[in-house]
Design a protein around this ligand. Structure first.
Ligand code: THG
Length: 285
């Protein structure tokens, strides 16, 4: 099962047979007051800086999210997508809850990379959201992240989350979207609030991989929210997720890529530890 993402110049293949793909999370104002204020003022300089730094830190794909109070995403998201595409070569993941903003950004993507293929973040099992997002994915031949939540919220149990993943991929196929273009996010909630949160996510990942064969993403850092030494929790969780089938997490590349490379190495996906050693050498320079 290969999900192929393309910018104008680069192709990234997400596949269980290949090394884990790192989707850089930092172009996102969540928890970043300065970036949020700059975006409200229409200043995209931080977006450019974060794009360059994340690619330098080994991000294979960049998530682009400009959602903050006071931001007109329909105006700003396509501008941010254009800037990122003009700054770096990697494929992009367009992240917004606003469907009009997604469409405006998809149009810019098509203009700058007519043969390209972005990842759209996201659809979920809510009927309204399926009805408005999936036709866009079909129209632009994009790939899409499907979140395992629906009109009843985020289920507590793996079986119900799995059923939502299955429904999303069936609806996508009904519109002619190939199943490999649906990447599932089993959702990480914080273990600080619910000690079963990590286990539930990991179990769902395993089910989606084994029974649907789909590729899997995760906004993995949510898991440690509110706890001390978040990095330790994030590293271990990523390793466990990757063992279960997670293969394109949305993360801070500078903070967690070494752990991801270690997981790939330990799972036999890094011959002669070449990728692990190369990244280490680059980092200590
Ligand atoms: N699933 C999918 N997409 C997602 C998420 C997900 N997109 C958004 C988010 N979750 C993943 N991206 C982020 C981006 C930033 C932060 C967390 C997740 C974040 N920022 C720091 C904070 O909160 O303190 C900012 C601090 C800093 O400057 O580093 O946490 O789950 N499909």
């Amino acid at each position: 099962m290969e999900t192929i993402l393309k910018s104008a110049k680069k192709t990234v293949i997400i596949s269980p047979d290949k090394p884990t793909v790192v989707i850089g999370e930092r172009i996102n104002p969540t928890g970043k007051k300065r970036l949020a204020a700059a975006l409200v003022a229409g200043d995209l300089s931080v977006v450019e800086k974060e794009a360059l730094e994340q690619v330098e830190a080994g991000a294979d794909v960049l998530d682009v999210n400009v959602g903050a109070a006071g931001v007109d995403e329909v105006d700003l998201l396509p501008k941010a997508v254009r800037l990122v595409m003009e700054t770096v070569d990697v494929p992009i993941c367009i992240d917004s809850a606003d469907v009009q903003a997604l469409e405006a950004a998809l149009a810019v993507h098509q203009e700058l990379a007519p043969e390209g293929k972005p990842l759209i973040n996201s659809v979920n099992g809510e009927e309204d959201r399926l009805a408005e997002v999936l036709p866009l994915i079909a129209k632009y031949k994009a790939a899409v992240i499907g979140l395992t939540m629906d009109d009843d919220g985020i289920p507590n149990d793996p079986q119900t989350r799995f059923a939502i993943a299955k429904k999303i991929v069936e609806r996508a196929e009904g519109l002619g979207i190939p199943r490999e273009d649906v990447v599932i996010d089993c959702l990480a909630l914080t273990v600080g609030a619910d000690s079963q949160a990590g286990a539930t996510t990991l179990q769902t990942i395993k089910m989606v991989r084994n029974e649907l064969g789909l590729n899997l993403t995760l906004g993995a850092s949510n898991v440690s929210f509110g706890l001390p030494e978040r990095e330790v929790i994030n590293w271990v969780f990523l390793g466990m997720g990757i063992q279960n089938g997670l293969n394109c997490p949305i993360v801070d590349a500078a903070k967690v890529r070494p752990a991801i490379l270690a997981a790939d190495l330990l799972l036999g996906r890094d011959d002669y530890a070449m990728r692990y050693i190369k990244a280490y050498k680059k980092r200590i320079k």
